[in-house]
Every structure is written in C-alpha cells, then in structure tokens.
Design a protein around this ligand. Sequence first.
Ligand code: R5P
Length: 284
Amino acid sequence: MIVSASTSQSLAAALAATLDEPLASTAHTRFPDGELQVSVPDFEGERAVVVCSTTTSDAHIEALQIQDAVREAGAREVHTVLPYFGYARQDRAFEPGQPVSARAVARALSTGTDHVLTVNPHEPSIRECFDVPCTVVDAAGRLADPLPALTDPVFVAPDAGARDLADTVKDGYGEGTVDHFEKTRHSSTEVDIEPHKADVTGRDVVLVDDIIATGSTMAEAVSHLHDREVNRVFVTCVHPVLAGTARIRLARAGVDAVYGTDTIERAESTVSVAPAVAEVLSTF
Ligand code: R5P
C-alpha cells in the first residue's frame, strides 16, 4: 500500500496508479497543544511505501508517525520515499557547536524503515547519513519536457555543482550548449555570481539548479544575463522550494517561466518524478 504524508499527495497518487498499488487513506489530528497525529486507519498488507517530502519540521514528524502506524498495522517491509529530503543541505557542522542536521534527521527516519529512496539530493553522499540502504533516484532527465521551443538555447548552471544537471537538461532538450557560472554564498539569502564569457546575446537561456529556495541564486544569475541582452530566460530545478518571496524575486529579475518537479507540490511542478521513483520501487 502507498501511504502519503500531507506534503506528497499528488505524487503518492501518481505512484499508486503507476505501480497499481492501493493508496491508503490518512487522518490528521492537531491537538490543542499543537502536537500532530497522523493515522492510517485502513492500512493492510505486508508492504508499505511511505511518501513524504520533508519540507517542514511537521512533515518529518508525519513521516515518523506514518512509519510507526504502518508497522503497528502489520507492515513487514517499509520503504520510505523522501522525494525532497529537507535538512539535506545541513550536511556538515560549518562552525563549532553546530549539528550535522541531515545526519540527525536521517537517523531518526532510519529507525522506522527498511529502505529510503530520495530524489536528486543536493549531495549524493547524503546516502551515508541513513542507517538503512538509501537509493538515489535521478529525475533530471525529464526537466526539459515542459520547456517551449527555444531559440539557439544555452543551458546554464549557476555554479559548478549544478553543471551535470545542466548537461542532463540540454541532452533532454536535444540541442544547445552548456555553461556554468561561479557562485560565492555569503549567507542564506546573499550570493555573488561570477559569469563566464559564454556568448548569450540574443539566445534563450535556461538556468538549471537542483533547488530554488529563496531564489537568491537564480535572481543573481539572471541579473548577469540581462546585462548581456539575452532573449528569454527560463529557470528549472528539481526541487521548487520557492520559500518566502522567491517568486517575486524571480519575476522582478526578469524570468519568463519557472519549472520544477513534484518532489515539492507547487504550481510550478510541471514534471512528475513518479515514473522514475516507480521504476526503482518496482525492483523491490
Ligand atoms: C546550493 O548550492 C544549491 O544548489 C542551490 O543553488 C541553492 O540551494 C539555492 O538556494 P537559493 O534559491 O536560496 O539561492
């Protein structure tokens, strides 16, 4: 049975349809003190696939509670799909006294599952944070699907770390060139981008990153592009976090359209990772 947290309902439904497995109902209660309780009243069967993008601290609790509920209801095999694994960017203690938050939450999630599956994590080494096997799914191959017909396109990563993603999107689109910028991050909302000398004048540009969170990275990258008289600018990412005023920042920067996947369910989630996730789950 597929069991969805509140953060991943459409993706879980798509997975259930693709895998031809039933989708469990869930019931959510919020107690007067603020505590959350998610129950899975009709769970049956031996295998549970828990689907939960951990975009908030509550979502982490939901994942833990659903894992526990399905075990209580008799599941012998639990797979936990974390389409977006929150806290993954806190993958080290950057200063003395800081926690390795990714490891802390990964350990907690590992206690209730036999296997974790996550989609395009910021660092693939995040797998090592879990105490159970963790499979990484690459869903970037379909990021080009919603793009319109482009004029002489160039696919640009805002930093070297996203260069492979930009290559993948270019390959998915079928034509164009690839470049990347250099990024220096000063704080969670401030970045500097050093553009390369690629010829972008008069061309359509597709900026590609794994995550758009505050939109600082993309907005800064776009400002360098408009300096160079590009044609249209599109941005695409795997995980459209789009926190706070990110959409306003991107629109003001001059972005023509934003695309993402349904690892986080947003209006911009025009690409589904369900086929890629289902393909892996069907091998278990
Ligand atoms: C970090 O290196 C990631 O790849 C993204 O560039 C980053 O998470 C984007 O964050 P923001 O939208 O807040 O600049």
